[in-house]
Design a protein around this ligand. Structure first.
Ligand code: GLA
Length: 696
């Protein structure tokens, strides 16, 4: 039996989405889960649903865009009014158009009473199984409309959605994983810091007992909100969107508010499956110079090796040693510009400090380039120190609210990017640096949260600030299409799918302690692919924690991302430098595989965890790299074997120990490795093993 015309079905490779037309109302959510192999004999919800007792006679099921005030009692996708009027919205017209059959659809809703139009686009990508949703609200009335909330997406989760996995974080401790049962009292996370925050993007993963999972993340670098509410019907409702400050959005007649995209997915393969789908989607959204990602070059970054001590002789020598050990990009971090001797001053004065660089940066950049490395430069354009020429000339350029104090953080203020003159000035500064120096890379930092973020009109400036920052990135990229940019915000404070379409690498965390990094990187990989994960081999003891770890362990942890070295190379002995060069060479050998394939994770137990990087072609069964990490001392006589569920049970494999020393290769059946597991040798605490697994 053909699908009833009321049903709109989108198919991915492993998931399907189904909506049900509901007359003039918003389409109803009918299904989001594992791919429906057949859509025949599907009854309509309206035909099977009995109105619960004590409900409205014409009860209101969950729709794509539920709204408050005319029969819907659940969370509203929209909260808006016109000076108190038109507070209730309901749809009097619905038009559905296919953008691509069974792949993408556009739903337009009209409210002729409250005079609104809402356009929701949904597309389900078959390669990634990512459902992208965004929403645009237009004020069709004659008076301004105040918008308090507009969900980018409102998603259904069935009642068997049991556990919620999400991330919290702070500076030096990004992506701390939290797991909790979903309950009927609901769950809400709001971020009002003005940028993404150290807990990662607004998003989460919902786990079902049978191994299936749903995931979503908002492609946005500012204030955000997400909530999961229980509906009396017996399901959960998951909303994601921007968090709007009071009065932040007032739409003039005819004006629109467009939300960021939500990237959502169902995977039968759990949280790792969701991660792989996110990786595919983000890979598809990246805008690389030249159209495609080149092998991720090994960085040398000056920050933890030098901090503000930009001694020219030291820098010249550092660059030489960096090139010798195999670095391919030299990133001159904070400390190079006018009077920037410490973090109390200089931000805003984007020209080389005359004492440290009497001939400017050109000699150092030429030295770096001659050594065969790309030259990269740290900037923090959105900021200003009160102690700077820029602030003295333009004290009104900092974000502020009249009558409120200027609150500094790390001695700095945020520039008001909603002002065209500020953006033009910043574009001019960056453009001049990029035009006059052989810079191939910017590390673009944002080292504080937004406070007193008011526009010149005294209204909340948060979302306008994000949009203006995006525009500044875009204009720099348009003028200098060959440069790559790293997004950083006190480590990983601005990691999201919104900024990544403007940038090419994230600085994951200022914490380079390898044990801390394992959980931070796992959280990162839940949302973003490994080639975007800045991962450096830092010093021992680690500057952020004081823990002392071997170079091999530090390197084995950093190897799974976009590798860099961030320590004082001149303090290393010849043997340590040689070993570092060895790890860099290993990274170069494997980066093609590390940066294109699927990533799997697991915990073995008793202090051991693993991460596997698959072959370039997704779901093939050869050439895996397996990283094993022991973080705490063993309590058992024998380490538990590691089961490798990603292998193919019909294939035999050769497992070859690669690091820290090459060992004897052994053959195993795939079925054995998947179900009984690979036996592990004894390991010291804070040690790693790397195995190569190939088809026998
Ligand atoms: C932030 C970054 C660091 C470094 C410093 C420089 O904290 O995360 O990597 O660039 O700023 O001030």
């Amino acid at each position: 039996m053909p699908q009833p015309p009321e049903l709109i079905t989108l198919h991915g490779s492993f998931s399907s989405v189904m909506l049900e037309l509901d007359g003039a109302g918003a389409p109803l959510w009918r299904y989001w889960g594992a791919r429906l192999e057949s859509v025949s004999h599907i009854p309509l919800l309206r035909a099977t649903r009995a109105a619960p007792s004590f409900s409205l006679d014409d009860d209101v099921p969950l729709s794509l865009f539920p709204s408050f005030g005319v029969g819907w009692f659940g969370p509203s996708a929209l909260l808006a009014h016109r000076v108190g009027a038109d507070f209730a919205q309901s749809w009097t017209g619905c038009v559905v158009e296919w953008l691509a059959p069974e792949r993408a659809v556009c739903v337009t809703l009209f409210d002729d009473v409250a005079r609104l139009r809402v356009v929701i686009t949904l597309s389900l990508d078959s390669a990634s199984d990512i459902l992208s949703i965004n929403t645009t609200l237009t004020n069709m009335g004659a008076a301004p409309l105040d918008v308090q909330h507009l969900a980018a997406a409102c998603l259904p989760l069935p009642n068997e959605a049991l556990r919620l996995r999400h991330y919290v974080g702070r500076h030096n401790a990004e992506f701390q994983r939290e797991e909790q049962a979903l309950g009927r009292s609901g769950w809400r996370r709001e971020n009002r810091r003005g940028l993404t925050g150290h807990g990662g993007p607004c998003g989460a993963v919902i786990l079902r007992d049978d191994g299936g999972a749903w995931g979503a993340q908002l492609a946005w670098s500012g204030n955000a909100t997400q909530s999961i509410d229980w509906s009396d019907d017996g399901q959960f409702i998951w909303q994601l969107g921007e968090w709007l400050a009071p009065g932040e959005v007032r739409l003039a007649p005819g004006e629109s508010l467009a939300t960021p995209d939500v990237l959502a997915s169902f995977s039968p393969e759990g949280a790792d499956g969701i991660a792989r789908n996110f990786h595919a989607a983000i890979r598809g959204r990246m805008i690389w110079p030249g159209g495609a990602m080149t092998p991720r070059p090994v960085h040398f970054n000056t920050w933890e090796g030098l901090y503000f001590n930009h001694d020219r002789t030291t820098l010249t020598e550092l660059a030489k040693v960096a090139a010798e050990i195999g670095a391919e990009r030299f990133v001159l971090d904070d400390g190079w510009f006018h009077r920037r001797d410490d973090d109390t001053r200089g931000l805003g004065d984007w020209w080389p400090d005359a004492d440290q660089y009497p001939d400017g940066l050109a000699p150092l950049a030429a030295h770096v380039t001659t050594l065969g490395m790309g030259f990269g430069l740290w900037v923090e354009p959105e900021m200003v120190n009160p102690d700077s020429d820029l602030f003295r000339a333009h004290p009104d350029w900092a974000l502020h609210i009249a009558g409120r104090p200027l609150l500094t953080a790390r001695h700095q203020l945020v520039l008001d990017l909603t002002r065209a003159d500020v953006c033009a000035h910043l574009f001019g500064c960056l453009d001049k640096l990029l035009r006059t120096l052989p810079i191939r890379y910017l590390k673009w930092d944002h080292n504080r949260d937004l406070t007193c973020a008011g526009t010149t009109l005294g209204r909340a400036a948060y979302r306008a600030q994000v949009l203006a920052a995006y525009a500044l990135f875009d204009s720099i990229r348009a003028a200098h299409p060959d440069i790559e940019i790293e997004a950083c915000a006190g480590g990983g404070g601005r990691l999201d799918a919104g900024i990544i379409t403007r940038t090419h690498r994230f600085w994951t965390s200022d914490c380079i302690d390898a044990v801390s990094r394992l959980s931070i990187q796992q959280g990162f990989l839940q949302f973003f692919p490994p080639e975007l994960m800045g991962a450096h081999i830092g010093a021992a003891p680690a500057h952020s924690t004081g823990r002392q770890q071997s170079q091999d362990f530090r390197a084995a942890v950093a190897l799974t991302g976009h590798l860099g070295v961030e320590l004082d190379l001149l303090a290393l002995g010849a043997a340590e430098r040689a070993r570092l060069a060895h790890w860099i060479a290993l990274y170069k050998q494997f980066r093609d595989q590390l940066h294109h394939g699927a990533v799997y994770h697991g915990a073995v137990g008793d202090g051991v965890s693993w991460q596997a990087h698959g072959p370039k072609e997704a779901r093939a069964d050869e050439d895996w790299l397996l990283f094993l990490y022991r973080t705490s001392p063993a309590t058992q006589g024998q380490a538990p074997p590691v089961r490798l569920p990603f292998l193919n049970s019909r294939v035999d494999y050769v497992v070859s120990p690669r690091e820290p020393v090459e060992g004897e290769a052994r053959s195993y059946g795939g079925a054995w490795l998947m179900t009984a597991g690979l036996p592990l040798p004894p390991m010291m605490a804070e040690c790693a093993l790397i195995y190569q697994i190939t088809r026998a």
